[in-house]
Design a protein around this ligand. Structure first.
Ligand code: PAP
Length: 345
């Protein structure tokens, strides 16, 4: 068994342990929650309106119970496969730039993956420890974390403090193809793979990790509309189109705007380049080793394009998803770009 296989086996056995654990609170909860077959193996449970595995649920419960936000904290919140890796790299590099731009310190993105630099609360942080030492986990200050948890289920202190949330979403067609490709790699060789059609049906019914997609996106969208100083809502396609102006917007939101001098020295372009798909994909640390999910870090860098869905989705799938997009987004004011074409939701 190679390292990736043994790590996947470890995750599967962790899920089994959680489902058989003697944690009464968790067991009782699991018994009461609606349950569906997951995309890879095991089950997804519907907790507070979103689907997650028992392993993630266990972490989410600790996160909700024990996490205390500081006003200075920054959260990178995302729906899976909407640009988490990219936004973690960008936020990290922007927020802490003054801390490693001097004294010839090597940029941390060259020695650690974006997921190691910005730890995911409901995965690696709370998975093995209900009360982790968060100050130690965050080497740089202010503290910066990642999460896929929907806005409504975030710990109250995040919502009630002045802590900032940066959210990124992506058009649902590319997001779906990215997730489907990724989960294909997560399966064991002897597991039957979920066909594109089966996965698409689950996606449309909202049954995917942290789904439904539209609920997740709309909750953060509404929060950003109500409180733009607290929640910054970004779109993958906009970053692709004009990374420099999006970076300036991000820096301003984080309270660390680029100075005129920095702009003149090309700091914005430098960060954009360091965090670009082409650059990160070639950094040694992203080419080897395994993510906590057991899949190689390199699998977080697939194509990084807008519009790849058109190579996979059939016309009837597109039609079904377009109907769903209209139904869910029509009254929200939220629109997505699917390629160069703008979809008016
Ligand atoms: P996660 O939510 O599981 O952490 P996430 O990083 O959101 O994953 O998704 C990976 C997607 O972002 C991949 O998209 P694709 O499958 O359509 O190719 C990956 O290629 C893309 N990606 C990763 N890093 C970057 C980057 N620096 N710039 C643009 N896209 C990126």
């Amino acid at each position: 068994m190679d390292a990736a296989e043994s790590s996947k086996a470890k995750i599967a056995s962790l899920i089994q342990d959680v489902e058989k654990s003697s944690d009464d609170e968790l067991q009782q909860l699991l018994h009461t929650l609606p349950r569906e077959e997951a995309w890879i193996s095991g089950s997804l449970y519907l907790y507070q309106g979103f689907w997650c595995s028992s392993l993630v649920l266990k972490s989410v419960l600790s996160f909700q119970k024990h996490f205390q936000a500081f006003d200075s904290d920054v959260m990178v919140a995302t729906f899976p496969k909407c640009g988490t890796t990219w936004l973690k790299a960008l936020t990290f590099s922007t927020l802490y730039r003054s801390q490693f731009s001097r004294g010839g310190i090597e940029h941390p993105s060259l020695t650690s993956t974006p997921h190691q630099l910005v730890r995911q609360l409901e995965y690696d942080v709370y998975m093995n420890n209900p009360c982790p030492d968060l100050d130690n986990i965050c080497v740089y200050k202010p503290r910066l974390f990642g999460t896929h948890v929907p806005y409504a289920s975030l710990p109250t202190s995040i919502k009630e403090s002045k802590c900032k949330i940066v959210y990124i979403c992506r058009n649902p067609m590319d997001m779906f193809i990215s997730l489907w490709s990724f989960t294909g790699k997560l399966r064991d060789e002897n597991q039957e793979s979920l066909s594109l059609g089966q996965a698409f049906d689950k996606f449309c019914r909202g049954i995917l990790t942290h789904g439904p997609f539209f609920d997740h996106v709309l909750e953060y969208w509404n929060a950003s509309q109500e409180n733009p100083d607290k929640v910054l809502f970004l779109k993958y396609e906009d970053l692709k189109e004009d990374i420099n102006s999006q970076l300036k917007h991000l820096a301003m939101f984080l309270g660390v705007p680029f100075t005129e001098d920095e702009e003149k020295r090309g700091v914005v372009e430098e960060i954009a380049t360091i965090c670009s798909f082409d650059k990160l994909k070639e950094v040694e640390v992203n080419k080897k080793g395994l993510h906590i999910s057991g899949i190689p870090h390199k699998d977080f860098f697939r194509k990084g394009k807008v519009g790849d869905w058109s190579n996979y989705l059939t016309p009837s799938m597109v039609e079904r998803l377009e109907k769903l997009i209209h139904e869910k987004l029509d009254s929200s004011g939220l629109t997505f770009k699917f390629s160069s074409k703008v979809f008016t939701g």
